[in-house]
Design a protein around this ligand. Sequence first.
Ligand SMILES: N[C@@H](CCC(=O)N[C@@H](CS)C(=O)NCC(=O)O)C(=O)O
Length: 332
Amino acid sequence: MGRNMLVDGEWKTDLEPYTDEDGAFDRVETSFRDWIRGTYRSADDIVTDGPEPEAGRYHLYVARNCPWAHGAALTRQLAGLTDAITMDIVDPVREDEGWEFTPEKEGCTPDTVNGADYLREVYVAADPEYTGRVTVPVLWDTQEDTIVNNESIEIMRMFATAFDGVGDEGLDLYPEGYREEIDRIIDAIYDSINNGVYRAGFAESQEAYDEAVTDVFDALDYWDEVLADQRYLAGDRLTLADVRMFPTLVRFDHCYHTAFNCDRQYLHQYEHLWPYLRDLYQTPGVAETVRMEHIKDQGYYQGEITPIGPDIDFDAPHDRDRLSSEEPAVQT
Ligand SMILES: N[C@@H](CCC(=O)N[C@@H](CS)C(=O)NCC(=O)O)C(=O)O
């Protein structure tokens, strides 16, 4: 399978394959990795230099189908930053020219900041010699006219921790007392779950697939048990760990189960993970970040026949409030 990317600022198609010589999916590292001042990179590592966390200065580019971009958009939403940080949405259908702005399409926007037709132009504007993949999410700095960062978890950390006192009232997604646990969970679920489904779906050897799909279901089994007696991954409070988990879980039954061969069982067959997913989905602000047509028909099944099922209801009652006595913590 070929891939498209920029090489020294030039758009190339059909480059290296996605897999290594053992048939295992190989994810390339992202390359813009600056941090906004005040971000907690981890529980005990706070960024003391870099651009300031100001309202109106930063802009987020996402695709609604992409789970990584979804995590960034969701953190922006829950942290109360929808007015402070603007956002544009590319076409979920990615063809030879890469991510494209198609404002005429339902749920998509133009590039309101750089006026680009393709997202790759934004990368070249940031670095005319850029070599690498053109991925979402992208966090753009309108003051310095460059990309701050294009790694989802780092953008999520910035939104969750650096913008205290900026924007509207939102949830404190990185509360004191939970931080080490949140960091540990985010690390643990990346390889096994968030990227695990991709390792299963893109595997080109039986061994690579077996290993990946086993990791996925071992981890889901584990978290299902944890969620038997606590409401959220880190305990009583909805945190950044749940925000990282959500985009993968909400895609699971409609996409990963069938398109990525993660079909040992559906997520909605899990006793606790399924109500947990509905609980998150029904948290104010979350459902509006989920666009299933972008995710399914135009995303994972683009150019193919979209399968019919399953018929599940993210809005069904979940009754998980019984597990948590704490009011959600807000930050202004
Ligand atoms: N490590 C990156 C991965 C982002 C990523 O792979 N995004 C995909 C969409 S789900 C993409 O833009 N792919 C385009 C490409 O690889 O050319 C992150 O978490 O932000």
